[in-house]
Structures are given as structure tokens and as C-alpha cells.
Design a protein around this ligand. Sequence first.
Ligand code: C2E
Ligand code: CA
Ligand code: CA
Length: 797
Amino acid sequence: VSRPRWHPSAWGLGTRFVVLFLVLLLAIQAAGFGVIRARFIANARASVAGELQVGERALDKLLAQRATRLADAARVLAADFGFRDAVSSGDRETQRSALFNHGSRIKASATALLDNDYAVQASTAADDAALAATAARVGALWRGAAGGAGEVPVVVDLVDGQPTQFVLAPLRTPLPVGWVLMGFALDDQLVRDLDDITALDLTLLVRTETGWRSAASRLPPALDAALRARADTARGTPTVEIAGVEYGWRARPLGTGVQALLLHSVDAAVAPYLALQWPLAAITLAGVLAFALGGALTARRITTPVRRLVDAAERLGRGEMGTPLDGTARLDEIGQLAQAFESMRRSIAAQQAELERLAYWDALTGLPNRAGFSAALRTAIAAAGPASGRVAVVMLDLDRFKAVNKATGYAFGDRLLQAVAQRLGAFVALPGDQLARLSGDEFALLLPGRGTDDALEVARRITTALEAPVTLDEQAVDLPAGIGVAVWPEHAADAQTLLARAEAAMVDAKQRSLGPLPYDAAADSASAVNLSLLSELRRAVAQGQLRLYLQPKVALSDGRLVGAEALVRWQHPQRGMIPPMQFIPFAEQTGAVRALTLWMFGEAARRWRELRDERGAPLCVSVNLSTHDLLDQELPDKLGAILVQHAAPATGFCLEITESAIMDDPQRAEATLQRLAERGFKLSIDDFGTGYSSLGYLKRLPVDELKIDKSFVLGMVDDSDDAKLVRLVVDLAHNLGLTVVAEGVENAPIWNALHRLGCDEAQGYHMSRPLPADTFIAWSRRWNDRVATGWGGLEVA
Ligand code: C2E
Ligand code: CA
Ligand code: CA
């Protein structure tokens, strides 16, 4: 899902970090703001309530002070002689004048003389009667309050609707004769006085028939009116809200129908806080900015190395293991993460190196493997350059290693390979030379700067080096090899082709057994021909293109014809007669050889009755078996069925098996051989001497005959080593009770030498080449005649 860049899910870590913390910061600020504001308002309310309380006490004190002043003035008047005389004398005019003088001195609003029953005797008021009711109420109040000593009670009453504070002073002559009454109007002066000592607003209210009337106030008329309207209902509550403004208030009753209202605006108390809000907001804003900046920087400090780590991880993902990570020196978590990444990179790099080692190196010998060799070859070719450089490859394959491995066990085989690798190591002479093990028993030598002749020379020296048997655990093992040579750029334009050409040359050398060979394009195309032949071979069997050829086997003692070897020929419709070496090796590799074997055996069985010696006794016909035949469990039964078909006995046939065919799978081969022997077939070991098998091992097999390989026989006259070997084989075989046959008897000297050694039978061109069956029968008649009439054709020592 792809989202636009501004969407939160597309934000980078840094942005999320900053946004998250800004939101948190603002939330915390807002919460703090709210709490402070609520607390502040509560504080303001409490302080308003406290101030009202203080104000009420201040009002009380103010009223008490006025009472004291008033009382002093009243006592001065009561003590005045003239006044007391006038009272004694009942002189109303003098009384009234004294009342007026004293009252006006202290600005009293009312001054009067009362009798002991508080009835007005004389006064400064216009109408004494108007004062009478007031004087009576004040007298009653005064009597009720006059208990305390020294204190002057505060008594308030109305005069003409005006609240007034009154005091009484007793008048004695010396007997109490009455009271002096003095009154002070409670007016704006009182409001001003209180205003001077407190920050409160004071309103004096007087009850009328229609409600409360304001007697003294400095409040704006609208507020004053609103207050009066709510004076009764809001009395119990500490605050009142008027026109959206909250006030703390306190009512103080002063007398009947008179009360003082103290007032303080809560909003005014909160105002300082409200003023504080702006700097607070500014500080918050500055904090948010600072935080955003710091957060972004911190986020960058975190995310930049994280991004670098991400880049590094991506590099690792692409397989670039070479670059070490930076940032591992940091001590924080990022540093730890970088360190973890770095150690991960190192272990992956180590694993990769190990994999590379496994991919390019052979564990057994410690040499490069095929992949490693190919890489080295490519490098060498690239380095050689097109001008004059050359790169030679010498490839060799041990001849019988597979069989040795099976016969001796893999552990022994491994040590043999190591020994061979060590021997070959001596040929790594110049810098750049490289030895490698390409596969099981296949080695290759890379020789940069060497041409075909130099490489062939090295190959020949390798051949010589490998001729000395390898001795392990007191067992001497011969490991000859086929060696091929190919050179860049003569034989191939690239490394891969060069390897293939060297291998072709090596296969060629193995087949021809002529020592090391350079790559030969003609031979290569011949082997390609061989391959195409192979596909035709199956049809060839069915279409009767195969021919049975026979080559005689003759007793060395007296020249008697004792048998014949059946050898196949292929009469190809286009190519003419094809010799077996051009298709048998390939047929053997694929198993197509099995049909061929059965055809040959059938043909031999069919012609068996016609093959006779000089006395008319049947010849023993030898038929070659291959590895695939030996591994076929049903072979004995199949051969048995063919014998039945042609009414021939198994004893009339000898089956030739090479050592290597047995060694490919000794157990199965032995089982098959056992069953063949039980049926009555004679068994012969073919090409004896070229393989590894010891005579001791062969003794365990139900074998009747040894066939010494023609390579030894052909050389025995000229090469004393070959002669010694033939002699040894003949003696040993005889000790084991085996018949010895020599193949490759090309001439009389060989015949004579074999005769002297006591070899039993001979086969070779000296007597006859392989012949078509019909020709062989004609030849055998002539030969038998010669033998019957006395042996003279051959020299016998
Ligand atoms: P082999 O079994 O060792 O057969 C003997 C080979 O030596 C034959 O070659 C024969 O012509 C050759 N030879 C005989 N005398 C002499 C001599 O005096 N000098 C020299 N230089 N060579 C001599 P050929 O017929 O070409 O057969 C080659 C190989 O092909 C045989 O070697 C055998 O391994 C294989 N082969 C031939 N026919 C068959 C067959 O029917 N079945 C199987 N499985 N292999 C066969
Ligand atoms: Ca043979
Ligand atoms: Ca042979």
C-alpha cells in the first residue's frame, strides 16, 4: 500500500519522534495551565472571602471609633455646668442652644436631651416628636447593650429614613435626671473612610416598604441597583454574579432595617493571574519551539546513524561484506546496534569466506577444485593478453583408481589421492602454476606462459613420476594416468573450451595408451563420430550388421589349435568395417554392450559345432564380457538359455573378463562369476597385468585362465622388465593351477620366448589375425592338417 508522504504511516522515525513529543509537551502544558488556573481562581475566592472578613472587622472598628468620639462629646455636654443648670432650671432655650453648640462642634446630625424614660425634653431637630420614637428605640437598645465596661455600644437607627449611629450619656445633678443623646448620620463619609483602609466597596442599605434602598454607596448605579435587588436571596452564598462579573460579598446587619453590604470583585482578584497568562503562553510557545528544534536535532542525531545502519544492512543484503560499519565507537544504544551489525557482518563475511573455500577448494587434498581451477584459468587467460601470451593446461586421469578404491576401501583410496597430489605438487614450478583436483581421480595443472611442447614435456615427466608405485601400508600401488594437454589460444579461445579440449586430449591419450597427447581436433571429431555411432549400435544388433570374427588360440607346446576368441566387427552400411575399439568402449559405458554380448555369444554358440581341432574334438570358444554383463544378475540364465537353444555345453566356452570389470563392483562380479563357473563355463582374466588385482585376490575367484596383456608380450623380446613380468606371471599362475595365455604373439621370437618360459597358449598375428567365422573354419582345417602331419611351420626351441 503506497500512501502520500504527508500521511503519518509514511513519516520517518525523526518526524514521529518530534511530533509525538510536541503533542505530549502541549498536553502537559495544557493540563498544568488548567490546574493552575483552577487553583488560582479558588485562591482568589478564598482571598476575597478573607478580605471581606477583614473588611467587616474594619467596619466594626470604624463604627466603634465613631461611637467613642460621639460618647466623648456627649459626656462633655453632660458635664457642662451651664447645660446642667439649664436642665435643673428647666430653661428649654438654654438647653437647646447648648445641645446645638456641642452637636455642631462634632458635626452630629442629631442632639437631644432625654429624661430617665428616654422621652425627648429638648432637641436640635426641627420636630421633637419626630425624634421621640427613635429615642425610645435607642434607649431600649442602649439599656440592653450597656452591660460591657468601657466599651461604647454601636447602636444604629433611622432618622427620617437616614441610618444614624447613636450614643447616650447619663446626666447627673448629681442624681440621674436624664440622658444626652447624640447621633451621627452614616453617610458617604463612612463609605469613604472604609474605602481608605480596605479595597472593599461598602453599601449601606435601608429597608423600605418596597425593598432595599441605598443610603450610602460609591458603586455605579447599575451595580448598586442589581445588588439591592438580590440582597435578600443571595445572603447565604459567599459570592454573587452580576452582569457576568463574580463578586464576593458579606452582609452586616447594623440595626432594624439597616445593613452594610461589603463587596469585592473575584474577577479583580483573578486579573493578575489573567495578566500572567500571556507570559505563560509566550513561555510555552518558546518551549514548543525550543523542543521542536531540539527534538529535530536529537532525532537527527539518532536517525542519521540509524539511516547509516539501514544503508549498511542493505549493503549486507546485496552481499557487499567488505566495508566495515562506522559508528561502532559510540557508547549509546546506536553504538551497540552498530557493534551488533558489525559483528554480524564479520560472521557473515567469515561464513562467506568458508563457503567460498568449500566452493573453490577440495578438502581432501587442499587443492583448488574444478570451480577454483576454472577461476584461476580465466584469470590466467585474462592476464596473458592477446599479444603473445599462452596458457597450457595439463589434465590427467588415473587409470584404475576407481577399481583400487573399491578393492582397498575409501580411506586407503583417499590417502592414495593425497600421495598423488603430493607427487604432482612437484610440478608446480613457476609462480602462477596451479595444481587442482577436478574430480575423483582427475587432476589438472595450469601452466601460464607455456606452449604445447613445454606442457608435453611436463606431462611426460609426470608420467615418469607416476610410474614409480605409491607405497602405503607396505602395499605398492601402480597408478598410471592418461594425460592430455591443451593450450590457449591455439586449441581454444576461452577457459571453458580449453578445459573441455584438455579433457578430450586426456580421454584420447587413455584410449590410445601412447603417453601424453596434445589436443587433436581430428581425434576429437572422431570421438564425436563414435558417439553418433553409439546411437546406431542398438539398431546394428537387430539389423544384422555385426559380424563374428574368430582368432585362434594355439598350444605353445605342440602348436595344436585349442580354441578361438570371438571378436566383434561392425559392417556399417555407410562407413564399412568398424573396428571394435571405435565403439566397444562407448558401448560399455552405456550398457548397450549387453545386447552385443548376447548376440556374440549366440553367434559363437551357433557356430560352435563347426569349430574342431585336428582330431575333430570341439574347440573352446572365448567370448569377452564387460562390466555391465557382470553386473547383470540374469546373465548366467540368459547364457544358459542360448546354450539350450543351440544344444551346446557350457564347457565348450571360456568367458574373458578384464580385471577392471571385476573391480568395478567386486562383490556382485564375484557372485556372477561363481554362478557362471557352477554352470560349467571356463573363466579367463583378460588383459592381465594392466590392472591392480593381485594374484592372491584372483585365487579366490573360480578362474581357470590368465591372459597376459599384449603390451607386455609385444615388448618381452626387447624389454627385460616385460620379460621378467611375463615369467613371473607364468610361474605364479602355474602355482595357482591356472592356464596362461599370451596374446599379441606377433612373431617367432616372441613365440620362442614364451615357449621357453613354459607359457601354455598363444594368440596373435603370428598364427592368424581375427578372421570371419567362415574363413576361420577354412583356416582351421589347413592348420589342423599341418599339425596332424607334423609340426613344422613354427620354430620350437
Ligand atoms: P581383447 O579382448 O584383448 O582382444 C584381443 C585384441 O588383440 C583383438 O583386437 C585382436 O585383434 C588383437 N590382437 C590379436 N593378436 C594380436 C597381435 O599379435 N598383435 C596385436 N597388436 N594385436 C593382436 P580387436 O579385435 O581389435 O579387439 C579389441 C578389443 O575389443 C578386445 O580386446 C576386446 O576388449 C574388445 N572386443 C572385441 N570384441 C568384443 C566382444 O565381442 N565383446 C566385448 N565385450 N569386447 C570385445
Ligand atoms: Ca579378450
Ligand atoms: Ca586382451
